[in-house]
Design a protein around this ligand. Structure first.
Ligand SMILES: Nc1nc2c(ncn2[C@@H]2O[C@H](COP(=O)(O)OP(=O)(O)OP(=O)(O)O)[C@@H](O)[C@H]2O)c(=O)[nH]1
Ligand SMILES: [Mg+2]
Length: 355
């Protein structure tokens, strides 16, 4: 999964990136629009994988990974209006989930922040950039229709894009539009920014962290929101475990920034994990809730999907309850599932296939 950190200039994106990754990317008062984004890949530490690895003692243990991308400063024009640099937009379209970092601490001039206005402003930016994509494509389609190149596919596409355009013009998001499976496929190539799950990170100052209930509630009416204490949490990965524990308890932080964010992002994007186990490797894989056994096979390798015969399947919970794979068999919890079986979070799969 790829999570993109976006936000107004100086909202603390790089600070949060450092808190998430344990990196020390430069935190500056002003980065310019030409700066490259910071990118880091981190393991998603899933206790179930740790436990499976202890049981199977494989040569290799592979956790699922999340890639964090910290987008460099938005450009602000002379009137203070922000816009995304083209290079950033291109990259933003490639991430799975957008995490909007919102400043909730006084700026360097000591001025109070305005989180709700900032969210609105950023949402408008996302919407406008989708609207531009939509309108450009519609113009192209209209032109080819005028030239007599009208096909069922082009008419279908036009219809969907009109729906999207209307929704955006009404201030809605692409995620709010009820699209069928084929329609979704048709527009997936546009990678609309408002079509991606959006998570709000309220970046609070150390002294107000945990005391922003009203604000969080207000934001929570329309969004999934989590609160971070950016500058404080950026220091945490640098401490030893005991110190870290003490500092976190002191602030009332129960989980690391990384764990909080990845869990929310998984929930928001309906991601689930299934596992493969064996003497060579124990590994976690991510798919979307509702995906089938053959789609899960395809996540491992396209050959497995192409030559799919059956999925051997049992659940992690049954394995733990029964103590061993043998126990799972003895208690009748071992299953053979077909192509259309909907994979559950925590399923352990082995794909039978032939190509
Ligand atoms: N008090 C306080 N200051 C913060 C916090 N997070 C960031 N800052 C400060 O805000 C300034 C900008 O932080 P960055 O993390 O570089 O912000 P950014 O969003 O990456 O900025 P650009 O990349 O330039 O858009 C720095 O001076 C940080 O020290 C925070 O949680 N509390
Ligand atoms: Mg930055």
């Amino acid at each position: 999964m790829e999570i993109g950190l976006i936000g107004l200039p100086n909202s603390g994106k790089t600070t949060i990136f450092n808190a998430l990754t344990g990196r020390a990317a430069e935190v500056t008062t002003y980065t310019d629009a030409t700066s490259k984004p910071n990118i880091a890949v981190v393991d998603v530490i899933d206790e179930r994988i740790t436990r499976l690895s202890e049981m199977y003692k494989p040569q290799k243990t592979t956790y699922a990974t999340v890639q964090f991308v910290d987008f460099a400063g938005l450009a602000r024009d002379v009137e203070g209006k922000v816009s995304f640099p083209d290079a950033s937009i291109g990259m933003m379209r490639n991430v799975d989930t957008l995490a909007l970092v919102v400043e909730n601490f006084p700026n360097i001039l000591g001025e109070a922040s305005s989180p709700l206005d900032d969210i609105e402003q950023m949402e408008t930016e996302l919407l406008v950039s989708d609207l531009i994509v939509c309108e450009r494509r519609l113009e192209k389609i209209a032109l080819s229709h005028k030239r007599g190149q009208k096909t069922p596919a082009s008419q279908l596409e036009e219809g969907i894009l009109r729906k999207i355009q209307d929704c955006l013009n009404d201030g809605g998001r692409v995620t709010e539009i009820d699209l069928g499976r084929d329609e979704k496929k048709m527009v997936s190539g546009f990678q609309f920014l408002t079509g991606k799950p959006l998570l709000i990170i309220l970046n609070s100052s150390e002294d107000t962290f945990g005391k922003n209930r009203d604000l969080l509630e207000e934001i929570g009416k329309n969004h999934t929101v989590i609160e971070f204490a950016g500058t404080f949490e950026m220091e945490l990965p640098l401490l030893d475990d005991e110190e870290k524990q003490l500092f976190m308890e002191d602030m009332g932080i129960k989980e690391s920034a990384r764990d909080r964010l990845t869990r929310s992002a998984y929930e928001l994007s309906n991601s689930i994990s299934f596992f493969t186990v064996g003497a060579d490797e124990v590994r976690a894989w991510n798919i979307r809730e509702g995906q089938s056994a053959v789609e899960a096979a395809g996540a491992i390798h396209s050959d497995l999907a192409r030559g799919f015969i059956r999925a051997e399947c049992f659940s992690y919970d049954d394995l733990i309850a029964c103590g061993s794979e043998k126990g799972v068999h003895d208690k009748g919890r071992f299953r053979l599932e077909g192509k259309d079986y909907i994979v559950k979070d925590g399923d352990i799969l082995a794909i039978r296939f032939s190509v």
